[in-house]
Design a protein around this ligand. Structure first.
Ligand SMILES: *Cc1c(COP(=O)(O)O)cnc(C)c1O
Length: 386
């Protein structure tokens, strides 16, 4: 008897190659076969799959674009690379070569910055968790210590009181900039007078020098106007300090938080269309400074601690398709060797996934996942994919 032929479940697909999607364009997926002119296939062959790849050229181009947005609008600008955003030594060193200082939030990162050759006086030491020995080292090296709370302030006073040393400090300030929920866990509050109280305490200390004012209003902030408000509030404080103590604030640090071009889950349009440009952020911040009451001969240096917006576009994760299959509802799915353990951000970003080979243009609604044996291990739950 003849074997019964194997049954293949029929699938009906709308053919959408060449047909407009809801934005009036056809889904046109271009492969990425090289990064910085190096073939991805070659990289995978040489280093294995999956593989993180960072484009040095993209890092440098993005940095220069950001820097020029600010430097063309304000004379004194200094970027400090946010180590916690990506503290791979090679990445940090590219930023330092481009002239960025280091911004660190732990003793571990502080030591990394020193090991990467950053002079102590070009390290900004942030964060609520600095041990006594971290503080002692930072002060000894002349780093800028950004004070988070009163207990830290008292500890610094205790360290320098009986010594010859001067601690160079700034205060971290939290404030209402129209971003909700407001980030009020870090630093001293502006509106309730806490920041002003901290300034007054610092200014009466012989061994403390108040160098700057700092804020970091949040992350993935899509409204440049919030930075304008933050800058204006810090400029007001600088004027008040000048008036009461005849003391010049050397820098105003507006932190990080510029949105990168990633697309958030649930967003209607891609991040590359909706996120403000560096120019828009720069315009809001430098406008607030240029139009403030700070005396023209006492204008502070503008510090920026931009993180994700400088690095996100440079990162790739290359992987391999392990299998093609159909889910119970007939939807196409790809099993790949990249799981959410390697790409944790896929929980909140719709990462752009494209083939690394030439391919045909027909696309189909596809789920891309990896069998970490948890149902949540999905890299993209629905994407048009060839
Ligand atoms: C995380 C952080 C940054 C960088 O934030 P991004 O959102 O990556 O730009 C800058 N400053 C401080 C104090 C931070 O904690």
């Amino acid at each position: 008897m003849m074997d019964k032929p194997k049954f293949d479940r029929p699938v009906i697909n709308r053919i959408n190659a060449g047909v407009p999607d809801k934005f009036g364009m056809r889904t046109n997926i271009r492969p990425i076969t090289t990064i910085d002119n190096v073939s991805i296939n070659r990289l995978l062959k040489e280093y294995g799959s999956p593989l993180y790849v960072l484009s040095e050229q993209t890092i440098r181009d993005t940095y220069r674009e950001a820097e020029s947005a600010f430097k063309t609008r304000y004379p004194k600008v200094q970027f400090a690379w946010s180590y916690k955003t990506n503290y791979m030594n090679a990445v940090c060193r590219v930023f330092h070569q481009e002239d960025a200082w280091a911004e660190v939030v732990s003793g571990f990162e502080y030591e990394k910055a020193i090991a990467n050759g950053v002079p102590g006086n070009k390290i900004i030491f942030n964060g609520p968790d600095k041990s006594r020995s971290d503080l002692e080292l930072g002060i000894k090296n002349g780093s800028l210590i950004h004070i988070d709370h009163f207990d830290e302030l008292y500890e610094i006073i205790d360290i320098v009181d009986d010594s010859e040393e001067i601690a160079k400090v700034a205060i971290r300030i939290n404030m209402d900039t129209g971003i909700y929920p407001q980030w009020d866990r870090f630093g001293f509050n502006f509106e309730n007078g806490e920041a002003w109280a901290a300034v007054n305490k610092i200014m009466t200390q012989e061994h403390l020098e108040l160098m700057g004012l700092h804020t970091h209003i949040g992350t993935y902030i899509m409204t440049p106007v919030s930075y304008g408000i933050a800058t204006r509030k810090m400029a007001e404080l600088a004027v008040r300090i000048d008036r009461k103590f005849d003391h010049v604030i050397k820098y105003i640090d507006v932190g990080g938080g510029f949105a990168s071009k990633n697309t958030l889950k649930g967003a209607y349009l891609p991040g590359s269309d909706t996120c403000p440009s560096f120019d828009e952020y720069a315009e809001a911040i430098t406008d607030a400074l240029n139009n403030s009451d700070i005396r023209h001969d006492r204008m502070p240096t503008l510090f920026l601690e931009t993180g994700r917006a400088l690095i996100d576009d440079a990162g790739y994760l290359a992987g391999t398709v392990l299998a093609n299959k159909r889910l119970a509802d007939g939807r196409r799915s790809l099993v790949i060797d990249i799981g959410v353990n390697m790409l944790f951000t896929s929980f909140w970003y719709e990462h752009n996934i494209v083939p690394a080979q030439e391919h045909q243009q027909d696309t189909e609604d596809t789920t891309i996942y990896r069998p970490l044996c948890m149902n949540i291990d999905v890299i993209r739950s629905a994407v048009q994919f060839p």
